[in-house]
Design a protein around this ligand. Structure first.
Ligand code: UDP
Length: 146
C-alpha cells in the first residue's frame, strides 16, 4: 500500500532492441527480469520513431556510432518495458551486462545471449536506464501520457 509517506517504487525503462525481438528473445529477457524479483508494470511492442530516438539517444549525438545506432533501432519493432522494484535501475544494468556483448560476463543477458556480429553498432539486445532522472524521462518518452 502506498500513501503520502511511502516513496514511489523505483522504476526503469527497459527496451528489448530489434535484434532481441527478431531473435525471439523477448520472453527470455522478460523471464530474467521477473526471476530477479522485479515487477513488469508496462510491456508494449512498438515501432521506434526518429523523433523518439533523437531524444532517447540525445547524449550520443555526434558520436561515430550514433547514425548506425538510430538506423538499427528503426530496423524492426522494440519491446518497451517498465520494470519496478527496489534498486531496479542498477539491478537491471547488472542483469544486462557490459555494453559490448563479447566482453559481457556469462550469466548476463548480453553475455549469455549476445555476440559481436561484425556490424557497425553493438547489437546488444537490451537498453536499461542509467539513473532515476533518465528512467523518468525515458518512461515519459516511450509511454507518453495523454
Ligand atoms: N554503442 C555502440 N558502440 C559504442 C558504444 C555504444 O554501438 O562504442 C551503442 C550500443 O547499442 C549501446 C548504445 O549505443 O547499447 C548506448 O550506449 P551506452 O554507452 O549508453 O551503453 P549502454 O548503457 O546501453 O550499455
Amino acid at each position: 500500500m502506498t500513501d503520502a509517506t511511502t516513496p514511489a517504487p523505483e522504476r526503469t525503462l527497459v527496451l528489448v532492441k530489434p535484434d532481441g525481438v527478431r531473435r525471439g528473445l523477448s520472453g527470455e529477457i522478460l523471464r530474467r527480469i521477473e526471476a530477479k524479483g522485479y515487477t513488469l508494470t508496462a510491456v508494449e511492442l512498438k515501432n521506434a520513431t526518429p523523433d523518439v530516438l533523437a531524444q532517447h539517444y540525445a547524449e550520443h549525438e555526434g558520436k561515430p556510432f550514433y547514425a548506425p545506432l538510430v538506423e538499427f533501432m528503426l530496423s524492426g519493432p522494440v519491446l518497451a518495458v517498465v520494470a519496478e522494484g527496489q534498486g531496479v535501475i542498477a539491478g537491471f544494468r547488472s542483469l544486462a551486462g557490459a555494453t559490448d556483448p563479447t566482453a559481457a560476463a556469462p550469466g548476463t543477458i548480453r553475455g549469455d545471449l549476445g555476440r559481436d556480429w561484425g556490424l557497425k553498432v553493438q547489437q546488444n539486445l537490451v537498453h536499461g536506464s542509467d539513473s532515476p532522472e533518465s528512467a523518468e524521462r525515458e518512461i515519459g518518452l516511450w509511454f507518453p501520457q495523454p
